[in-house]
Design a protein around this ligand. Sequence first.
Ligand code: 5GW
Ligand code: MN
Length: 272
Amino acid sequence: MMTPWFAPIIWEGTYNLKILNEQFRLRNVSIGLTVFAIKKYMTFLKGFLQTAERYFMTGHRVNYYIFTDRVEAIPKVKLRKGRKIVPLKIQNYLRWQDISMRRMETIRNFSQQQFIHEVEYLVCVDVDMIFRHPVGVEILSELFGTLHPAFYFAERDIFTYERRPDSQAYIPPEEGDFYYAGGFFGGTVAEVCKLTEMCHKAIMMDKEKNLEAVWHDESHLNKYFLYHKPTKILSPEYLWDDNIISPKKPKIKRFLTVGKNHSAIRNKRRAV
Ligand code: 5GW
Ligand code: MN
């Protein structure tokens, strides 16, 4: 329920949403949800947006920041009052690893130029997902990360941190608090800006050495969180995958991966 550095771990039943909603409504807080829909991943956007309208930050102001190479293909989804879609055109990358990793650079750039003037918090997530239960202001804090559903019950020695000392994402075997998921993090715009800046620089330093961290941007995110401790940690309720074989399952699965078959495109299955 609490990390050794006194950051709460957010599980159902640990907070009173009514009180939190009142506090955040008094501040008239606005939240930016960043998501990337490049190439084929545009197909996930409709379900993502429709379920976000139902479950994400209900009653608060939300900007959906949608990064895509095809702005015209963004589906028309009816939004509630106080919520809007902000299409942001970006270039495509040939390698999927680059699509994933360049998210850090893109979020850094737009945070400095735009998001800082428009929202207080950023929530940065994968698009191949749907919301099935509420995700609200209980997640908001200066800097937050999410426990990876495949590792929240696991011991540190099986965490898939980057283990090559040459990489900027390197974490020594005797270090590391949790294994965080690359698909759900956030915080104030200023904190997300620092995070994405440092992760992007680390990715570029690796690239110069012809290195790519084992889990790409996720490896760099884990390194960042080791030395910049999150002020809140989200339980795997906030990023669940029904394909994961887990001894314990959370009571509520709020945000779930959508099934996809990538085996033809890449060889990327995690040993659990
Ligand atoms: C394409 C092929 C293989 C892997 C990723 C992509 C891909 C990812 C893409 O073509 N377009 C795209 O927008 N993405 C973005 O990167 C999506 O927002 C996606 O959610 C995110 C991370 O990629 P995922 O979701 O395939 O990664 P895992 O680790 O969740 O499987
Ligand atoms: Mn994903």
